[in-house]
Design a binder for this molecule. Structure first.
Ligand SMILES: *[C@@H]1O[C@H](CO)[C@@H](O)[C@H](O)[C@H]1NC(C)=O
Ligand SMILES: *[C@@H]1O[C@H](CO)[C@@H](O)[C@H](O)[C@H]1NC(C)=O
Ligand SMILES: *[C@@H]1O[C@H](CO)[C@@H](O)[C@H](O)[C@H]1NC(C)=O
Ligand SMILES: *[C@H]1O[C@@H](CO)[C@H](O)[C@@H](O)[C@@H]1NC(C)=O
Length: 573
């Protein structure tokens, strides 16, 4: 298929102008553990239906795509151990995004331009030709990075099992003298401009600013950097894994990356290495200038909107033409110790793939687990019209509470009892730490206690709490890991985000939680605020796990409707 690409002479020069580079602090490195093999895999906290390979370490999802009836997921993978290192592109395929078959790694270091690692990248399907992967190759121990291209050995093979990296084309992009080659990575899916030229972004950093370099190409092989990055922001530090895509102003349908016009907005997402969280803005892509301008309702940088307020990083989206939707994948790292990971024999999962679309208000995105997940739903229990007074908690019995899917709508008849909001509470996570689920409130806290032991020595509460500010109500959503385990050495953050909902006309809030042994992945208010927590209960494991719905506020709450399902396990081998 590459026969149409011109034979471009790319001289492979690793410019060593910046040889004093340190290695970026993106992963703590444990050289002595990188190749400790993992003969046995501990099942205790292993997930039942979230994506994970059979063993070992994974991080970023890479190059997701739908091709010839098959979904492909690649991922940063250490084939030799359960900590970061020896990075290759693991490869799994699926017909439904839920059940997976693991294939041989698709890309592994084999060339001078990727000798020290095949790092993150994306797939683009060239019309009439087939997929192309753009990825970051690491050329030396100082992690100088170049961008490389790989093509399927046989584009007729729907499983795309074998990939080649044409020597005469690679690397396709190297950092020039004005750039820092050790903070230059993660090419996006490319899109086609009206002028017939391809564009793609690469994450970077200049002084303290994060930026997304824009490159253009006529033939997908020779790429030229545009004078200006598509966007940048001061003080954010490195932008990893940029993602840039159109969303429709009319409804939930996803769009191909090249779609432009008056009926779309664009989304720019970056993973900020400094905070290890992801931020996005909604804005306008000025095609003739190749500039992106965030809307004035979208804050750019630290304080901005996040896909997820918990363990969720390095995400990547793709357009699924078979169901006209855009789907995002994100990596959820572990919250336990490296020693635990080596003992477990595995580390890292992918969040459940989420359909993403623009909320009707236009100010934010919404996300929802792909509908295929529902095929794993087994036994169902329901609770309806149940009143909860302050201090009540009701057990949801009859399902496997350690591996479950639960959807609940909770209502209240007045907001009069809402506590005063202190404007200094700008950080949701701090506020959740201050006002945990057992701190009584006015309206809320109310929600779920997931992965709870019978006597509540351990539990991970996912809940809302409503405050009264001068001219509006402020809704806090928490997924608080502090009581999740009696193991005191774990990282147990009180993850939280605010929820942008107008309660005046609709005094209810909905919550969905996907509970999966060591994951609680929650979607608030129909996917407006989402939080994934990793937790490692000691008591609330397997059949000893329980699920409760609770209220700890003065205002009475009604469980309008609660549906909970036992979840079957997905095939992932
Ligand atoms: C390039 O980036 C790395 C990683 O942030 C940094 O350590 C190094 O100082 C930078 N080099 C230059 C020349 O700015
Ligand atoms: C390419 O893949 C197709 C579909 O699987 C197969 O029929 C064909 O034999 C393959 N070609 C080669 C050269 O392996
Ligand atoms: C934000 O932009 C919109 C147009 O997109 C404009 O109508 C509005 O006045 C702006 N608001 C502020 C506060 O600048
Ligand atoms: C996941 O692990 C926790 C605990 O070790 C760190 O605090 C996070 O920074 C890390 N997240 C990512 C994206 O690496």
């Amino acid at each position: 298929m590459m026969s149409t690409l011109t034979n471009c002479v790319t001289v492979f020069i690793v410019v060593c102008v910046i040889c004093n580079n340190g290695v970026e602090a993106f992963h703590r490195i444990y050289p002595h553990l990188q190749s400790v093999s993992t003969p046995s895999v501990s099942k205790l906290h292993r997930t039942g239906y979230h994506f994970q390979p059979i063993r070992n370490w994974i991080n970023d999802p890479n190059g997701p795509m739908y091709y010839k009836g098959v979904y492909h997921l690649f991922y940063q993978y250490n084939p030799k151990g359960a900590v970061w290192g020896n990075i290759v592109w693991g490869h799994s395929v699926s017909k439904d995004l839920i059940n997976w078959k693991q294939l041989q790694p698709a890309l592994y270091p084999s060339k001078p331009f990727d000798k020290y690692g095949c790092w993150s990248g994306s797939a683009t399907i060239l019309p009439g030709q087939g997929p192309v992967i753009l990825y970051t190759g690491v050329v030396d121990k100082r992690s100088n990075e170049v961008q490389c291209l790989a093509i399927p050995a046989n584009a007729s093979d729907p499983f795309l099992t074998k990939w080649v990296k044409p020597d005469r084309l690679n690397p396709i992009v190297i950092a020039d003298h004005s750039m820092n080659g050790s903070v230059f990575r993660d090419p996006t899916t490319a899109w086609l401009g009206k002028d017939g030229h391809w564009r793609m972004l690469i994450g970077g950093k200049k002084k303290d600013s994060g930026l997304a370099y824009l490159y253009r190409s006529k033939d997908f092989v020779k790429w030229i950097r545009a004078k200006h990055p598509i966007h940048s922001a001061k003080t954010t530090g490195m932008w990893e894994c940029p993602d840039f895509y159109p969303v429709s102003l009319n409804g939930k349908n996803g769009l191909d990356a090249s779609m432009t016009g008056n009926s779309v907005k664009h989304v720019l997402k970056n993973s900020l290495d400094m905070t290890r969280y992801e931020y996005y803005t909604i804005g306008t892509y000025l095609q003739n200038k190749d500039k992106y301008i965030p809307d004035n309702t979208s804050e750019d940088g630290w304080g901005g909107l996040r896909y997820d307020y918990g363990n969720f990083y390095a995400s990547k989206s793709f357009f699924d033409p078979s169901k006209n939707r855009r789907i995002i994948w994100g990596w959820a790292n572990e919250s336990d110790s490296k020693e635990d990971d080596v003992k477990k024999g595995w580390a890292g999962i992918q969040a459940i793939p989420r359909t993403v679309w623009l909320d009707s208000g236009g100010r934010q995105l919404r996300q929802w687990p792909v509908e295929e997940l529902n095929t794993l739903r087994g036994k169902k229990v329901e609770i309806g019209n149940q009143k909860l007074k302050k201090g009540d908690y009701v057990e949801v019995k009859g399902i496997t509470a350690a591996q479950a899917d639960v959807e609940v709508t909770l209502s209240f008849s007045s907001l009069d009892k809402a506590e005063e909001f202190d404007p200094r509470w700008v950080n949701a996570e701090d506020l959740c730490a201050l006002k945990g689920s057992n701190v009584q409130g006015g309206v809320g806290p109310f929600g779920l206690l997931t992965l709870a032991s019978q006597k509540l020595e351990e539990y991970t509460p996912v809940f809302f709490r409503i405050f009264k500010a001068s001219n509006k109500h402020v809704i806090l959503m928490c997924s608080d890991a502090r009581s999740s385990s009696s193991n005191i050495e774990l990282y147990k953050p009180s993850f939280a985000g605010f929820v942008d909902v107008d309660l005046a006309n609709n005094m209810k809030l909905s919550l969905r939680s996907l509970i999966d042994h060591s994951v609680v992945e929650s979607f608030g208010a129909g996917g407006k605020t989402n939080i994934l927590s990793r937790v490692y209960p000691k008591l609330a494991v397997k059949e000893k796990a329980h699920l409760f719905v609770f209220n700890n506020g003065n205002e009475q709450i009604t469980v309008e409707n609660l549906k909970a399902w036992s979840m079957k396990s997905a095939r992932r081998n």
